[in-house]
Design a protein around this ligand. Structure first.
Ligand SMILES: Cc1cc2nc3c(=O)[nH]c(=O)nc-3n(C[C@H](O)[C@H](O)[C@H](O)COP(=O)(O)OP(=O)(O)OC[C@H]3O[C@@H](n4cnc5c(N)ncnc54)[C@H](O)[C@@H]3O)c2cc1C
Length: 416
């Protein structure tokens, strides 16, 4: 195989959350790497993301907690309501719940910026190469050769390295190369409209609110930046409604308020006027809620998948970014532990594939918002007199804790 590059280098495809965290973890482990990113410029795209304590623990180990805390909201509680605005359940989160590490609610662009700045400062700015869209990977006994094209599809270059890690997200080119018959991401039947609104603090000012249910309209609302000089926070929201038709996921697709505002028209609560809040959004994006069935394998010799490329999941458990971060740590540890790169990628897969497959499947059936589903079904979508008449506190706690155990952030798991 021909091509440029350093044969001892790890080639990372994609400078998203997983690729940048992997770069930082490899740099910390003393392993040389270079990140190749498709876009010409890494800009602030997307809206809010949550980082749970298992992910913030890894980011703290990379020395990033302070930088993240300065741009994120340290989330204090999860609060669930029915569509009549009645409180179903509230529990503390992160440090407020006694974890050693916080939960952060953060703009995806702010998170990516913190990771990118740290990686460039530590590894060198030339270690991130933009405008390099991966089109194919090849390998032989001596290494990998990854071919990239510029934005126009021209300017092909092939870079050689020791291993290649595909962190190229939900539409991964490398995943498609290994699984050509897999087809497009699987639509969950739920469409999402997302946006941010500048609004005065809601509830604690650091609450993650979930309300309603998917068949009639559900919202998830949480602040992602601190109050500005006018006392307004940047508040992320997602409106989710079961919808038969959808269009392919594009992170930049503009959505229309008229397509979903009807579901929330009478949600005037003492803690928030939901339609007024949604109408005040800066802009609206529209994404279908999609995932993929778990794969039988991720590693093929010297090439493996990481993050959304390996295990895209529906965003109902706040775990997409977190699991990419955990993958990055596991992979860096495996590469440090094994001289043989093929053995390292196989050990990484063994550690992470089944765990993440369980999360993908649980996100479809019993993520934290199963609490909302239970109350919706048991009340037949009617207001209740007292929530205890519908569901016990113990059952609510178990629904929430069951997901934490599966997703790997129960307090017991993080203590070990
Ligand atoms: C633009 C964008 C906006 C997003 N917005 C949100 C959001 O608002 N809320 C949310 O919860 N999640 C969002 N996500 C998804 C979220 O970042 C991921 O689910 C999660 O963080 C897992 O990270 P990842 O690194 O696996 O994938 P991503 O963070 O998606 O990163 C993938 C990276 O690979 C790059 N890439 C793709 N194809 C190639 C290629 N062929 N060659 C080289 N590079 C390539 C992409 O440009 C991107 O930088 C967004 C992702 C993207 C790309």
């Amino acid at each position: 195989m021909s091509g440029d590059g350093n044969r001892n280098e790890v080639i990372i495809v994609g400078a998203g959350i997983g690729g940048l965290t992997l770069g930082l973890a490899l740099h910390q482990a003393g392993i040389s790497c270079r990140i190749f990113e498709s876009t010409a410029e890494i800009r602030q795209v997307g809206v809010g993301i949550n980082l749970l304590p298992h992910a913030t623990r890894e980011l703290a180990a990379l020395g990033l907690e302070e930088a993240l805390a300065s741009v994120a909201i340290t989330t204090t509680d999860a609060t669930f309501f029915n569509r009549f605005g009645q409180l179903i359940y509230q529990e503390p989160l992160g440090r407020a719940a006694g974890y050693e590490h916080p939960q952060f609610s953060i703009h995806r662009g702010d998170l990516q910026r913190v990771l990118l700045d740290a990686f460039r400062a530590r590894a060198g700015a030339d270690r991130v190469v933009t405008d390099r869209h991966c089109v194919a990977v090849a390998q032989d006994g001596g290494g990998v050769a990854v071919t990239f094209a510029g934005a126009s599809g021209a300017d092909r270059v092939t870079i050689r390295g020791r291993v290649a890690i595909a962190c190229d997200g939900i539409n991964s080119v490398v995943r498609k190369q290994f699984f050509p018959g897999e087809g497009e991401p699987r639509y969950s039947g739920v469409n999402m409209w997302r946006g941010v609104t500048r609004w005065k603090p809601i509830l604690s000012g650091a609450s993650m609110v979930r309300a309603g249910w998917l068949s009639h309209g559900k919202v998830v609302i949480y602040p992602i930046r601190r109050s500005d000089t006018c006392g307004l926070q940047l508040v992320n929201w997602v409106a989710e409604i079961e919808t038969p038709n959808y269009r392919k996921r594009d992170w930049n697709r503009a959505g229309s308020l008229d397509d979903f505002i009807w579901a929330f028209a009478d949600w005037h609560f003492d803690w928030l006027d939901v339609p007024a809040f949604l109408r005040a959004a800066d802009s609206v994006l529209e994404f279908p809620m999609v995932d993929q069935d778990p794969l039988p394998r991720w590693s093929f010799g010297r090439v493996t998948l990481l993050g959304d490329a390996a295990h895209p999941m529906v965003p109902r458990g706040s775990n997409g970014a977190g699991q990419a971060i955990l993958d990055a740590r596991a992979l860096a540890t495996a590469l440090l532990a094994h001289d043989d790169p093929v053995a390292a990628l196989s050990a990484y897969e063994q550690q992470r594939l089944e765990t993440t497959a369980r999360i993908v499947l649980t996100n479809r059936t019993n993520p934290p918002d199963a609490i909302l589903r239970e109350v919706f079904l048991r009340t037949n979508d009617k207001p209740f007199r007292a929530v205890e008449d519908v569901i016990s506190r113990e059952e609510l706690v178990e629904l929430s804790d069951g997901y934490k155990r599966i997703a790997g952030y129960s307090k017991a798991a993080l203590r070990s």
